[in-house]
Design a binder for this molecule. Structure first.
Ligand SMILES: CC(C)(COP(=O)(O)OP(=O)(O)OC[C@H]1O[C@@H](n2cnc3c(N)ncnc32)[C@H](O)[C@@H]1OP(=O)(O)O)[C@@H](O)C(=O)NCCC(=O)NCCS
Length: 172
């Protein structure tokens, strides 16, 4: 590991995961716009998701001090679960935060009885594909043009619990 890699990893260790609350939405929406551009969820979509917590949804925030550096959410229905979103601020990427967020969501879903965790990812999103593969997800299908013409979705799934245990989250 290079000195820069080690520094980035240490920065990741200072990050805490917590439940995402409605008052975090302004920060989340700013990150959402930065990371997803035209495909960003609207405030209404986030409100609709949070309205379903805890019955079928669960959302986490990654925070370094007062700064929001990431968030992620999962949909749990019976023995199946879906990753709804995962995002890490550009400046905080590569420090293990995405892995921690998905690991904690997976642990939550497993704790509620889910046996499989599914997701869709753009076929050209190398960082996300690598993150999910690292966590043990495998491709189980594709949806052509799912994100618009020429932009396919890769469907991935993992058995729960994941091999690497997800961390405990306060209140989670
Ligand atoms: C995808 C995303 C969430 C990854 O978050 P992250 O915090 O940077 O990822 P991590 O540091 O936890 O990386 C975990 C693993 O993913 C892989 N990975 C992450 N980013 C990578 C990149 N740019 N290139 C190659 N591999 C990468 C690595 O294998 C890494 O494993 P390692 O720690 O053993 O090296 C982040 O890049 C992001 O928010 N992107 C924009 C939004 C997005 O695409 N969300 C996903 C939609 S499906």
């Amino acid at each position: 590991m290079s000195a820069i890699d080690a520094r980035v990893r240490r920065a990741g260790a200072e990050v805490q995961l917590a439940r995402l609350r409605w008052w975090d939405l302004p920060d989340v929406l700013a990150l959402e716009a930065e990371l997803f551009g035209d495909a960003a969820w609207t405030p209404g979509q986030f409100w609709s998701e949070l309205a379903r917590v805890p019955e079928s949804r669960w959302y986490l925030l990654a925070r370094r001090g007062a700064a929001t550096v990431g968030y992620a959410g999962v949909f749990v229905a019976g023995d199946q679960a879906d990753v709804q979103t995962v995002a890490v601020a550009s400046a905080a990427q590569g420090a293990g935060i995405g892995r921690r967020l998905v690991g904690a969501l997976a642990a939550h879903a497993a704790g509620r009885g889910a046996q499989r965790l599914h997701l869709e990812v753009r076929a050209d999103n190398d960082a996300a594909l690598a993150l999910y593969a690292r966590l043990g997800f495998v491709e189980d299908g594709r949806r052509r043009d799912y994100y618009g013409r020429g932009h396919d979705a890769v469907l991935m799934t993992a058995a729960l619990p994941l091999d690497a245990p997800g961390e405990e989250v306060a209140g989670g």
